[in-house]
Design a protein around this ligand. Structure first.
Ligand SMILES: [Cu+2]
Ligand SMILES: [Zn+2]
Length: 251
């Protein structure tokens, strides 16, 4: 019985991808790339490839480490290899190839303006959407603003090295989705509990991780958490006070 329960969602996914060829032994592949910054020059990428053939699911994990340039070259080679592997295994051209890529970037937050904050920010890009999940500790209880700022530079003690809000479309500061305009970095506010812990999730198709569209690409920007609340109206940045936590979005 237990096995049947496990098989059901697998079949559903398989069917939603290519129902007309149901029953054929085709392989669907999903590549999930998780990148972590080790230090200023090195990144580590964990690549998980999930192969689904009929009801069988297998996984292959690869770890690539080096400078961002080296890692990206290796990743491209690996993706090409995975894409073409199917050709060798099967000569039947009816077999469709489905390779889905999931990108993940995870960063640690650095304390700024004399705060004791710590935390992580995880970005996931999947199906044309980027989602953010941030966990922050060491905050004062209450409401805090979180934004994407324009430069991945957290070097100054007050976090101002990250520049102003990321605003590639030259709009006014405002609540996300506001018809009078909003910055592409205007994520908004979240609440820290009595222990100083806060978390926020956010998802949009107006962002990407490393695409060619400058109005969408988050790489090279920064995440900033503020001491105060974003009033969502004051220009140019919502009067959210000191910058207490910062992380550069780089790969
Ligand atoms: Cu900000
Ligand atoms: Zn703004």
């Amino acid at each position: 019985m237990r096995k049947l329960n496990l098989l059901f969602p697998v079949l559903l996914i398989f069917c939603s991808i290519g129902c007309e060829s149901f029953g054929k032994k085709e392989t669907h592949k999903e590549i999930s790339i998780e990148k972590k910054k080790i230090n200023d020059t090195l990144v580590k990428a964990t690549v998980t490839t999930t192969f689904k053939t009929g009801n069988e699911v297998s996984e292959e994990v690869q770890i690539i480490q080096g400078t961002p340039g080296e890692v990206n070259t290796q990743l491209e080679l690996y993706k090409t290899k995975i894409l073409h592997e199917n050709d060798n295994k099967s000569s039947d051209n009816d077999h469709k190839k489905e390779v889905k890529e999931v990108k993940k970037l995870k960063f640690a937050l650095n304390p700024k303006s004399g705060s004791n904050t710590s935390g992580t920010v995880l970005f996931t890009e999947e199906d044309g959407k980027v989602s953010l999940e941030a966990h922050i500790n060491g905050l004062s209880p209450g409401i805090h603003a979180i934004h994407v700022h324009e430069k991945a530079d957290c070097s100054s003690d007050d976090g101002k090295s990250a520049g102003g809000h990321w605003n590639p479309t030259f709009e006014l500061h405002g609540a996300w989705g506001n018809e009078n305009g909003f910055h592409r970095g205007d994520i908004g506010n979240f609440t820290a509990d009595e222990t100083g812990h806060g978390m926020i999730t956010f998802s949009t198709d107006l962002w990407c991780l490393g695409c060619d569209d400058d109005t969408k690409n988050l790489l090279g920007k920064a995440i900033i958490v503020h001491q105060g609340e974003d009033d969502l109206t004051s220009q140019p940045s919502g009067a959210a006070g000191a910058r207490v936590s910062c992380s550069g979005i780089i790969q």
